[in-house]
Design a protein. Structure first.
Length: 197
C-alpha cells in the first residue's frame, strides 16, 4: 500500500476523454505480472508509445513530471470496462494518488480504494473549472472530505467509511485485519477455550 492519504496538494493532469476504460489505462497484454513494480511505465501505454516502443512526443503523459501532477482529472465514466487491479496499480506507479471525475466506474472505484488510489466524484461545474484551469494547485483533504482550489469554496466529497479509514491509515484490508490480530486472537480464545485435561 502507498503511504497514508490525509491531505494532498498537487498540480493536475487533465484527460477529458469520455469512457477511458481499463484497457486504455493498462492494455490486457501487460496483465501477466502480479507485481506492481514498473507498471507506471505501462500506464496508458498505447497513448504514450509508437508500435516500435518509441515515445510519442505529443503524448502529454510523456511531457509532464509525475511528481508534480499527482491528481488526474478524468472524463466521465472513467475506469469502465473489465475489472483489473493492474489499472490502479499502473496509475499509482506512474505517480497519481487521486482521480477526479464526474463519474467513475463502480468496479474501478472498488479496486482503486483497495489499493490506495483515491477516486473523487465532483459535480460538472467543479470538473469544468478543474479542466479549464489545469495549472491551479488542488488540495484534496481526505480527513475533512473536501476538495479545495484557488479562491473557490471547498467542495465536499464522500468515500465509503471503511475504505476512507484504510486510506487514512495507509493499509489495505489485510493490513487492517492484521492490525486487529490481538483482539481477534483474544476473541478466539474466549469463544473456544482450551479443553481441560
Amino acid at each position: 500500500m502507498p503511504d497514508p492519504f490525509k491531505v494532498l496538494t498537487s498540480g493536475t493532469l487533465v484527460l477529458s476523454q469520455t469512457n477511458i476504460d481499463t484497457d486504455q489505462i493498462i492494455p490486457a497484454r501487460f496483465l501477466t505480472t502480479t507485481s506492481r513494480d514498473g507498471l507506471g511505465a505501462l500506464a496508458f501505454h498505447d497513448w504514450r508509445y509508437e508500435s516500435d516502443g518509441s515515445p510519442k512526443p505529443e503524448a502529454v503523459l510523456n511531457r509532464i513530471e509525475p511528481t508534480q501532477h499527482r491528481i488526474l482529472v478524468a472524463g466521465p465514466n472513467f475506469g469502465c470496462g473489465s475489472s483489473r487491479e493492474h489499472a490502479p496499480w499502473a496509475l499509482l506507479d506512474y505517480g497519481f494518488r487521486a482521480v477526479i471525475a464526474t463519474e467513475i466506474a463502480d468496479i474501478f472505484t472498488s479496486n482503486a480504494l483497495k489499493n490506495g488510489l483515491l477516486p473523487v466524484v465532483v459535480d460538472q461545474a467543479t470538473w469544468d473549472d478543474l479542466a479549464n484551469n489545469p495549472d491551479q494547485p488542488v488540495t484534496i483533504d481526505l480527513e475533512a472530505g473536501e476538495l479545495r482550489r484557488g479562491n473557490h469554496a471547498a467542495v465536499s466529497f464522500t468515500v465509503e467509511p471503511f475504505a476512507r479509514q484504510c486510506l487514512l491509515d495507509g493499509v489495505d484490508t489485510l493490513g487492517w485485519l492484521q492490525s486487529h490480530m490481538p483482539a481477534i486472537e483474544a476473541f478466539e480464545r474466549n469463544a473456544h477455550p482450551e479443553p481441560v485435561a
